[in-house]
Ligand binder design. Structure first.
Ligand SMILES: Nc1ncnc2c1ncn2[C@@H]1O[C@H](COP(=O)(O)OP(=O)(O)OP(=O)(O)O)[C@@H](O)[C@H]1O
Ligand SMILES: O=C(O)C1=C[C@@H](O)[C@@H](O)[C@H](O)C1
Ligand SMILES: [Mg+2]
Length: 193
């Protein structure tokens, strides 16, 4: 007899370092599951009426973190796929709000994450203007224990194309994925697939 399809959680939250693929995977997963998708970074930009680097520059990081706290706390209580900002887990109130949720940690090494964000230029103020790899190592040292603490699932995305990450995630959520298999290996240079 076929296994019953498990009930999907109403809200699935994605966390991970800059370049982990939260925005990319979140959008694909939502499409695949027919669920709403919100990228907290994008929503903050819409609400503030300016891009994140400008918020950092004009209003300062504390103002950004306040917007991030408000927006994240609002979104994690709503149905859909929600991709958090890379630093959201630094806030204890956000960690507390994640305690009862399905939270997927897209894990990535500093090496792969640096190569991935290198593709998208200066849109990440914490990484702009310095050595991306060493900043990434420092951020990860601070944050890895927190990603681990808040997550219910961890996907090792190193060397996996986005399509393979989505496939792995669907399998972990117990969803049958009838889509055609695609190549699994990735060298981070092409980004998409
Ligand atoms: N599994 C993957 N393999 C290779 N490239 C990827 C993968 N996932 C995402 N990418 C690419 O890496 C870049 C960063 O991905 P994305 O913007 O989704 O990361 P993010 O986790 O949302 O980062 P941030 O925290 O800064 O918002 C994009 O160019 C994306 O196409
Ligand atoms: O790692 C971080 O602290 C950040 C990651 C991005 O998602 C944005 O939320 C912002 O650039 C800060
Ligand atoms: Mg993102």
């Amino acid at each position: 007899m076929a296994e019953p399809t498990p009930r999907l959680p109403e809200t699935i939250v994605l966390v991970g370092a800059p370049g982990a693929g939260k925005s990319t995977i979140g959008a694909r997963l939502a499409r695949r599951l027919g669920m709403d998708f919100t990228d907290v970074d994008e929503l903050i930009e819409q609400r503030a009426g300016k891009p994140i680097p400008e918020i950092f520059l004009m209003d300062g990081e504390p103002a950004f973190r306040e917007l991030e706290r408000e927006t994240t706390l609002e979104l994690v209580g709503r149905p859909g796929i929600v991709s958090l900002g890379g630093g959201a887990v630094m806030n204890p109130l956000i960690r507390q709000a994640l305690a009862e949720r399905t939270v997927v940690w897209l894990d990535v090494s500093a090496h792969h994450a640096s190569r991935r964000v290198g593709l998208t230029g200066n849109s990440r103020p914490l990484l702009a203007g310095g050595n991306v790899h060493s900043t990434m190592v420092r951020l990860m040292n601070e944050r890895l224990p927190l990603y681990r603490e808040v997550s219910t699932h961890r996907i090792d995305t190193n060397g996996l194309k986005p399509a393979a990450v989505v496939r792995e995630l669907l399998a972990r959520l117990g969803v049958d994925d009838p889509e055609q298999p695609e190549p699994v290996q990735d060298d981070d240079q092409t980004g998409e697939q």
